[in-house]
Design a protein. Structure first.
Length: 547
């Protein structure tokens, strides 16, 4: 906690961040050219999603070579330049390690298909006949999680796309290969790592059908996952690095274990429970209004649980797999700016390490695509078909994608209001959002009232005030579904953070003692709330005691 409580991470999706060579796809040189923008924002680490060679079936999360650079993003020299230029600006590069699976184009898998037993043991192959998969587990992208290989008479497991074959971590040779990958990148100067769906790496000894769900209860946080992470950390010397694990359908208990420093596994964890409060019946593809009380309770459960267990949270709303948070939990219209700022303050002042996804600091919104031809994401294309097979009309399926598709966050970064939002001089691989002329970096930098400036302030406060980086947390306004409120405490210091999650005025059940506090941050002008303890639509107020 001491090492990264005052740090902030910025996530770049390289394909959509900045295109330096005009081919319509973002690249490493494009990122390097924008490092000064990130330095001005104030971030400490730059997480880039995978830029390794890949068939791009899952936008780079199907890795064909862990120690090379995909030519569409540049060269190894470009990567070395990015690492060096980042360090000059005090920004460390965080690489994304996809260690649960490889692309079926990876040499290991190709050798497995050719019949080499050694490499078949690198993956999870099961004997069988074409009629019956080993289990009824479902892929997270739809359909069976198993694929039959006629030439081998075997099925292989793929929890994601059919071209993403799960690795067999029970094989020590696999674990040794992946350690070599970490050591290779450490040798290049990488000091922080993000591990993709890392809580899925340990599969059960016996594979059974799941008659209650899609199989995830059998492989999430599996039997040897903590042992394997401790081994990886020990044998690669990354205990001193900043490491974060993406946790799929995980538990609080496991995330405490993953991130408790005593266990020497990971620095912190992503969990996604708070981003499922608008899933009807727990189904991502069924829309409903966000359940604000459920959101509040999840934040409290995870913040308090991780605090009591000495674990550490990664704080985030957005990433390359999630819709834009302003479109989702905020207001795209009258209160766009207020809601973007409120949502930022709500998590940046919690206990944990904040993550900012490219464009979030500008208040970027979903692009409002209206035709299936505008989508590129394999999951979205699969579910467009599945939703119609389930009885939805084409229009209804498109409405679901417009709210839920991962492409909502993958549109080009909005640098200017000009052609293609200043992202490329060519034709972008995916269209820009429809609000780029109104929401872009060029308009906001230098504007003291902008969303960008508000993020700069939040980052500066975390570095300035130890109470934010190190303090304890306790929740208030627990029974009010409209207000997310909490206190931070550190020694004699105290901060009170109040966030109106709605587009209406909401009264706060205020404590009289707060009248002696001073407002140090808000998203409305002035030094105090307009009325005593009434929050305006999407208002955020941060109060500090004067002791």
């Amino acid at each position: 906690m001491e090492n990264f409580g005052n740090k902030v991470v910025y996530q770049v999706y390289p394909k959509s961040f900045m295109d330096a060579n005009g081919d319509g796809v973002g690249d490493l040189k494009g990122i390097t050219g924008r490092l000064d923008y990130l330095k001005d924002l104030g971030i400490d680490y730059l997480w880039i999603t995978p830029v390794f060679p890949s068939p791009q079936r899952d936008n780079g999360y199907d890795v064909a070579d862990y120690v090379s650079i995909d030519p569409r993003f540049g060269t190894m020299e470009d990567m070395e330049e990015l690492i060096a230029e980042g360090k000059k600006r005090g920004i460390g590069l965080m690489l994304d390690m996809v260690f649960n699976h490889t692309s079926t184009e990876h040499p290991w898998f190709k050798r497995a298909l050719s019949g080499e037993k050694k490499y078949q043991d690198y993956y999870i192959f099961k004997e069988g006949t074409p009629e019956k998969p080993p289990t009824n587990w479902q892929s997270k992208f739809g359909g069976s999680a198993w694929e039959y290989v006629p030439s081998l008479g075997k099925w292989y497991l793929h929890l994601f796309d059919v071209t993403q074959a799960d690795l067999n971590w029970d094989n020590p040779k696999v674990r040794d290969e992946l350690k070599k990958v970490i050591l290779f990148w450490k040798g290049k100067g990488i000091e922080s790592f993000r591990f993709d769906v890392v809580n899925l790496i340990s599969k059960p000894e016996i594979f059974n059908d799941d008659h209650e769900g899609d199989g995830r209860r059998f492989y999430s946080d599996g039997p040897h996952v903590h042992e394997y992470l401790q081994e990886l950390t020990r044998d690669t010397g990354i205990a001193g690095c900043v490491t974060v694990g993406e946790m799929s359908s995980t538990s609080l208990k496991d995330c405490i274990a993953y991130s408790n420093p005593e266990n020497q596994e990971l620095s912190m964890c992503f969990n996604f429970h708070h981003l499922k409060v608008d899933y009807k019946d727990g189904d991502k593809w069924k829309l409903m209004e966000p359940d604000r009380m459920a959101l509040k309770k999840l934040f409290e459960e995870w913040q308090m649980g991780m605090q009591e267990g000495n674990g550490w949270n990664a704080l985030f709303w957005c990433n390359h797999d999630q819709p834009r948070i302003v479109s989702r939990f905020g207001d795209e219209g009258k209160y766009w700016k207020e809601s973007a700022k409120m949502l930022a303050a709500a998590i940046h002042l919690m206990r944990g390490t904040p993550y900012i996804y490219q464009g979030e600091e500008l208040g970027m919104m979903n692009p409002h695509f209206h035709d299936i031809s505008q989508y590129r994401d394999v999951e979205s294309l699969n579910y467009y078909r599945i939703l119609q097979e389930q009885g939805n009309t084409e229009k209804e399926a498109l409405a679901v994608l417009a709210a839920r598709s991962r492409d909502n966050s993958r549109t080009p970064m909005q640098w200017t209001g000009g052609k293609h939002a200043g992202f490329t001089e060519g034709t972008p691989w995916i269209e820009t959002g429809d609000k780029a002329g109104e929401i872009n970096a060029e308009l906001q930098r230098g504007d003291e009232d902008s969303v960008y400036a508000f993020y700069q302030t939040l980052i500066a406060l975390r570095k300035e005030k130890e109470i934010i980086a190190k303090g304890c947390i306790a929740f208030i306004e627990k029974e009010n579904p409209d207000i997310l409120g909490y206190k931070r405490m550190y020694g004699s210091e105290e901060l009170v953070v109040l966030n109106n999650l709605t587009g209406k005025e909401v009264a706060v059940a205020a404590e009289d003692a707060w009248k002696d506090y001073r407002k140090i941050l808000g998203n409305y002008p002035g030094d105090a709330m307009e009325k005593d303890f009434v929050l305006r639509p999407y208002e955020t107020v941060v109060l500090e005691n004067c002791r």
